[in-house]
Design a protein around this ligand. Structure first.
Ligand code: G3P
Length: 222
């Protein structure tokens, strides 16, 4: 399973890039707005310079004609840009037209296997089930991810399952066990994946033992 960062924050993306563990980025209008900019294109191009991989940018239009125009414009920003389109009636129509033009689509705001099936038929390259938001609504978000993976595998569907709205490190483990192709995570979840207190304690003990012997006088033979 590949790890993407779900952020439009450049420092967070630099951190993930430096570790070499992040192979793509997902953004949405809320994440870009959180950065205090409405210049989505400039921010996406800055991200493309930091990460060599799929960078998702979302349309904000809701009717088909406007989604098509916006989707084509977003796709023209950079070859690595993937256009995020919501799982609505208009969205499916836009996905089917844009995917036929060779534009890669990340079908977002997916909350059911049915929506994932429709998106795959329409030509989505990625489908993003929102695990945390399903959990928030009293559903089992990860079960939806597992069911989408199983159904896609059964029919040899090549749309990649991108587990989104992941809120904590156990979500990432569960997404991997469910067979998701990609987990997109916030920076704080990446940090929580990196850190383990036993690693820090173990390293401190190794270094203490090593420094004790390294500082001791050399034993002489004969
Ligand atoms: O990738 C989707 C994500 O940005 C939504 O996360 O935590 O707002 O449900 P959340």
């Amino acid at each position: 399973m590949r790890i993407f960062l779900d952020t439009a924050n450049l420092d967070e993306i630099r951190y993930g890039a430096r570790l070499g563990v992040v192979s793509g980025i997902t953004t949405n209008p809320s994440l870009v707005a959180k950065e205090g900019t409405s210049d989505y294109r400039t921010r996406v191009l800055e991200i493309c310079r930091l990460i060599e991989g799929p960078i998702s940018a979302e349309v904000v239009s809701t009717d088909v004609r406007a989604m098509l125009e916006e989707g084509r414009r977003i796709a023209s920003w950079h070859p690595n840009v993937v256009v995020k389109i919501p799982s609505t009636e208009e969205g499916f129509e836009a996905i089917s037209t844009l995917s036929k033009e060779g534009i890669r689509i990340n079908q977002t705001l997916c909350f059911s296997v049915n929506q994932a099936l429709l998106g795959a038929q329409a030509g989505s390259s990625y489908v993003s089930p929102f695990v945390g938001r399903l959990d928030d609504a009293g559903h089992d978000g990860m079960a939806v991810v597992a069911d989408i993976v199983a159904v896609y595998q059964h029919y040899g569907i090549t749309t990649q399952v991108l587990a989104a709205s992941l809120r904590h490190p156990l979500h990432v483990v569960a997404a991997a066990k469910a067979g998701a192709h990609i987990a997109t995570i916030p920076h704080k979840v990446l940090m929580a994946m990196v850190k383990h207190p036993l690693t820090d304690l173990g390293l401190a003990a190794f270094l203490k033992d090593w420094n004790a012997v390294a500082k001791a006088p050399l034993a002489r033979v004969g």
